[in-house]
Every structure is written in C-alpha cells, then in structure tokens.
Write a protein that binds this ligand. Structure first.
Ligand code: ATP
Ligand code: MG
Length: 588
C-alpha cells in the first residue's frame, strides 16, 4: 500500500513541495535552465562548486545565515555562518597557494567530522585543486593505496591519525609533499608535516576563487568496494548543477530547513549531500562528530528541530532493532521529510518509519559514479514501500539487456528484470575511473551508462531494485534478486539483518543460502530456524525460499555500511576473499 505523505500529514508541510507536479517538471525540463539557477563565478569566469555553495550566498547578503551547526563528541556546539565558512575556506585556499599546490592537484582528507574538514573541502575547490576524501576509520593500507592512485600532494588529517596510520607510509608516497594537521598547538611534526591552525592564522581570509571551468576536475571519490576493488571516480565542477537541483527536488530542501545527512564525507553521499547540496541551496545543516547511537540521534533530531533527514538503511535497521519505543521518548514532530540511500530499503523499514515518525522514508538511488541522486521518491508522490521511486527530471533511466555486439537494448515491457541504465549526459556523471580507462569504457553501451544493478520498472514508472548484477542468483531456471528474499526474512520480528547468496548445486544450478543476524532477545536455534524457513517458504514459494539459513552475530559490511554478499559467498565456497580494504565488521 503506498504512503501519501502530504495528504496524510498536511500539518507537516507548511511549505509546498518543490516538485509538486512531477510529470510537468519532466516534460518542461531543460539543463540550461537548471544551470541558470546557479550564478557562475563573478565576471562570467567559469563555475566553481565552492563559490556556488558558499560565497554566492555571502555576495547576496545571506552571509549571516547558519551554514553548519557542529556538534562535537561531548555535545559542544559550534555554529559557522556562510560568511565564516567563506573566510575559513579562503584561508585554506591561501594555505594551499602558499605551499605551491597547483590547480588539478589532489588534496586528500582523512579526518573525523570536524569543522576544519569542511573548510578544507571547500578551500580545496576554491583553489581549483581536487578534493579527495577518505574515511577516517580506514587502516594504513587502504589509505596508502588511495593516496598512491590519486597522487595525493597534500593530506589533511589529525595528529592522532597521522601518528597511528600515516607517519610510516610517507616514505612510500613520493607525491605526498605535505601533511596538514588540523588539531593541537602550533608545532609541526616533521618535514612537511605542518600545523594547519598556525598556517591558517598566518594567511588572509579573502581569496579570489580560481576560474575553474565546468569540466575541470573537482572531486575524486572512491567507490565503496562492495563488489570488488574500489574505483576512483572523477567528478567535475558542473556536478554542482545536480547537487543543487536534487537537493530541491529529491530532498525537498527549502529556505529555513534544518538538514541532517548522516553520511560521512569520506563517502560520496557525505560530500555531495553532507556538504555541497544543502549549502548550495542556502540551507543550514547539522554535522555530528560522533558515531551512531540511537539515543544520541533521536536527541539530535529533537533538540536541533531537524526538518529534513537523509540517512541509510543500515542506520534505519539499527534504529528498528533498538525499537520504536525508544523513539517515543522524543519529540520528533519537526521532521518533515525522511530520505534514505546506499542500499535497498526493505519495505519493512518504510512501514516502520511511517509508524515511528508518522512519515515514511523516501528511498532514493544513486552511485558514486552518478555523482548525485538519479531516482527518488518525492514528497508530493505516493511512496510505494520497496521501490526506489522515479527518475529525476532531466534523467532518463531504462531497463536494458546487453546485446552480443556490446550494445544495449531497452526493455519496454513493465515489471521485467534487466540492468538499470541511464542515458549519458547529466552534469554530475563521472568523467572516468582514475587510471582505469578500460574499466570506465566498459560501463557504456552506445549512449547508455550501465549501472551494474538489476532492477524493474512498473507500469507507473516506479523502479524496483532487484540486486547487484554480481549478487543475482540463478536457481532452478529463475533469476533471483537477493533483495526480495532478504526483505521477506526481514519481515520476521526476530531478524535484524539478512543477506542471501547462491550456492552451486548440481540439480538446481544454485540454491539460496541466507545469513541472518538476530535482534537482541532472540536466540539462534532449531525452533527459530524452522520458523524462518516456514515463513520464507510461505511468502516466497519453495523455488525462491532459502534452502539453508545460517545465524551470524553480524554480517560483513563495507565501512560505508553495505552488506558484502561477495565476501559471504567467497567464504562459503572457499574462494579468494578479494579486496577487503573497505571491510568494516567481520562476521566471524
Ligand atoms: P563498488 O562499486 O566499489 O562495488 P558500491 O557500488 O557499493 O561499491 P557506491 O557507489 O557507494 O559503491 O554504491 C552504489 C551502489 O549502492 C548502487 O550501485 C547500488 O547497488 C547500491 N544502492 C544505492 N542506493 C540504493 C537504493 N536506494 N536501493 C538499492 N541499492 C542502492
Ligand atoms: Mg558500484
């Protein structure tokens, strides 16, 4: 049953949704008009993400607005206005200039969510250099590998991260000339290992932004490594066109909103939507330095009067596990719009969200490669639980099958599985995998970009995720998407998380094996196993239901929170485990 957010909760929509008439917006859409919503650099000198995100607002007299409310681990609050952010990022750009960093050179960050990270990201873009964020929990090897691929010249990090993870790597990284330490006193820690606060204090807080062109490289983002070795996706300054319009259309950002994106800037969501998109739209955001904690998160939603919240299925599943009763202790009535990305959002989670918050989660779909949201559930459109929604205006998505000559044919028939593909040409499309030209080219067939995800489109034009092409299981003549099976297991009250894989079988080709992590208070054992098997068989039929179910304390995930089915499969079948650089929790 679809959820109608606005008709059910008009009181939560004192403002009309930005995308009130989807069909009309699609029909009238024009990229030049979308570009015209941005101002471009003063004097017609090009386009720069940081100018659009920060300085443009200062120039328009909005400098006093709050841009960032930072909450430190202990709950201490620091507010930064757009003017503050303009000055801090200018200082950082001047620091880079003083060190001789040239346009196009790579500035990496390995940092917790502290204010200096945001100044560094925006300052790097102002200087025309390329910002490349790393997740701060990475170990030394993944850090070194990425710095090497990206020829990082500068790394912004904290003293503790430097000492623990980076100091020993420097000899291996000849391109890395400077490490800038965000915290502590004025002392440097060695040759080229410099105290950033001191450098920032010594330079001017005004800076003339580099005249970057729309096609100049701006961001280098490594993918999550869910399916294999992470790729370095290149993005250009005009990606900001997409950041701006998706913030308005898919996240429904309005003036005066309090926005919270819980993703870390070490991943593309945390940069595109945890820095750029809200700022470009002039919307203030919450940055929480701490990690997930149900009470802390509900407390932030309540105390900061968050209106638009963008989070991920893993976090939602953790909140579900803690239970809806915990949420009842908080006043969450400020929330107007909830969105989720990163993994399939099980229908169960959408229903739970609607019961717990009074409004459903709006799932949306995109990838590191797409640079911004491509398919979404919109405020003014009914949410079908389990569906990713419909393509953004300006985005043509299709279900295709690859042809033998290397092309792709669109499948017009609704409800038919195929590969999700996008017609090339949107502004935030990646421009390459750094140093992997062949891998990049392989993702295109004619004017389609092939996403590697399988999906279906229904007769209403909604897209439904089936599974990653690598994870889809061929069993007894059926193609089985893991998402469908996992969602059914998730319906059972004992199940916190589920992942399914295919196991080779002489008769069926493959049989399905499910790995299940239980909620607190449930015991693994024969009775529960039988119950789960029966539930799955009843809901899915014997051909699709798992043949085996194994209990695990937790499932292996990437550090961005995605379940790594390939690792479960490799371990089950005794195959090589492959690249584990982004593995976070281990099942064993
Ligand atoms: P790698 O490409 O290195 O294997 P990754 O694909 O997980 O890693 P990301 O670019 O961070 O790296 O993730 C994009 C992928 O996440 C999508 O291709 C899709 O498989 C999954 N995803 C994102 N949003 C959704 C969603 N709403 N529903 C289902 N899957 C989603
Ligand atoms: Mg991918």
């Amino acid at each position: 049953m679809p959820f109608e957010t606005i008709t059910k909760h008009p009181e939560r929509f004192p403002v009309a949704p930005n995308l009130a008439d989807y069909e009309a917006a699609r029909a009238d859409f024009d990229w030049d008009a979308a570009r015209a919503a941005l101002s471009g650099l003063p004097g017609g000198q090009g386009l720069n993400i940081a100018y659009e995100a920060v300085d443009r607002h200062v120039a328009a007299g909005r400098g006093d607005r709050r841009a960032i409310r930072h909450i430190d681990r202990h709950g201490g609050i620091t507010d930064l206005s757009f003017s503050d952010l303009a000055r801090e990022s200018a200082r950082f750009a001047n620091v880079l200039g003083g060190l001789g960093i040239e346009r196009g050179e790579r500035v990496f960050a390995l940092s917790g969510r502290v204010p200096a990270l945001y100044a560094a990201a925006l300052g790097t873009l102002k200087a025309g250099a390329v910002f490349c964020p790393l997740f701060s929990a990475f170990g030394p090897e993944p850090i070194a590998a990425r710095l090497e691929i990206g020829s990082g010249r500068v790394l912004v990090t904290s003293r503790i991260l430097y000492r623990r993870k980076v100091a020993d790597l420097c000899a291996r990284l000849p391109a890395l000339d400077y490490v800038l330490l965000t915290d502590g006193g004025p002392e440097d820690e060695g040759d080229g290992v410099l105290a950033l606060p001191r450098l920032m204090a010594d330079v001017s807080d005004s800076f003339t932004i580099a005249p970057t062109a729309p096609e100049d490289m701006a961001l280098l983002h490594f993918t999550s490594g869910t399916t294999g070795k992470p790729k370095g996706a290149i993005h250009v300054h005009q990606a900001v066109v997409m950041h701006a319009m998706t913030g308005r259309m898919a996240l429904d950002l309005h003036d005066g909103d309090v926005f919270w994106c819980t993703a870390d800037p070490g991943w593309v969501t945390g940069t595109s939507y945890g820095i750029i998109s809200p700022l470009v739209n002039g919307v203030g955001m919450i940055v929480d330095e701490a990690e997930f904690d149900a009470d802390r998160w509900y407390g932030i939603l309540q105390d900061q009067r968050v209106t638009v919240w963008y989070t991920a299925p893993t976090a939602i599943r953790m909140l579900m596990e803690v239970g809806a009763d915990v949420a009842k202790g908080y006043d969450l009535s400020s929330l107007r719009f909830l969105a989720s990305v990163g993994e399939p959002l099980n229908p169960e989670a959408v229903v739970w969200g609607a019961e717990t918050f009074g409004i459903p989660f709006h799932d949306n779909w995109w990838q590191t490669e797409t640079g911004g949201i491509m398919i979404a559930n919109y405020a003014a459109m009914p949410v079908k639980p389990g569906s990713m929604g419909r393509p953004l205006p300006g985005i043509a998505a299709g279900i295709v099958e690859r042809t033998e000559d290397g092309g792709a044919r669109e499948i017009a028939e609704p409800d038919t599985e195929g590969e999700l593909a996008l017609r090339v040409g949107w502004p935030s499309m990646f421009r390459g995998y750094l140093h992997e030209e062949a891998r990049y080219r392989k993702t295109f067939a004619g004017d389609w970009y092939l996403t590697g995800d399988l999906a279906k489109r229904d007769a209403d034009g909604y897209f439904w995720f089936v599974g990653r092409a690598d994870d889809v299981i061929k069993a007894a003549g059926h193609l089985i998407g893991p998402f469908e099976v996992e969602s059914v297991l998730m319906e059972h009250p004992a199940v916190a998380e589920a992942a399914v894989i295919g196991k080779p079988d002489d008769v069926a080709g493959n049989v399905i094996k499910a790995f299940v992590a239980l909620k607190q208070g449930y015991e693994p054992g024969e009775p529960l196993l039988k119950e789960l098997m029966a539930h799955a068989r009843k809901r899915l039929g014997p051909a699709v239901a798992p043949r085996e179910i194994a209990f695990r304390a937790n499932l292996p995930k990437t550090r961005s929170g995605k379940i790594m089915r390939r690792l479960l499969r490799a371990r089950e079948l005794g195959l090589p485990e492959g690249d584990l650089s982004t593995l976070e929790s281990d099942e064993r």
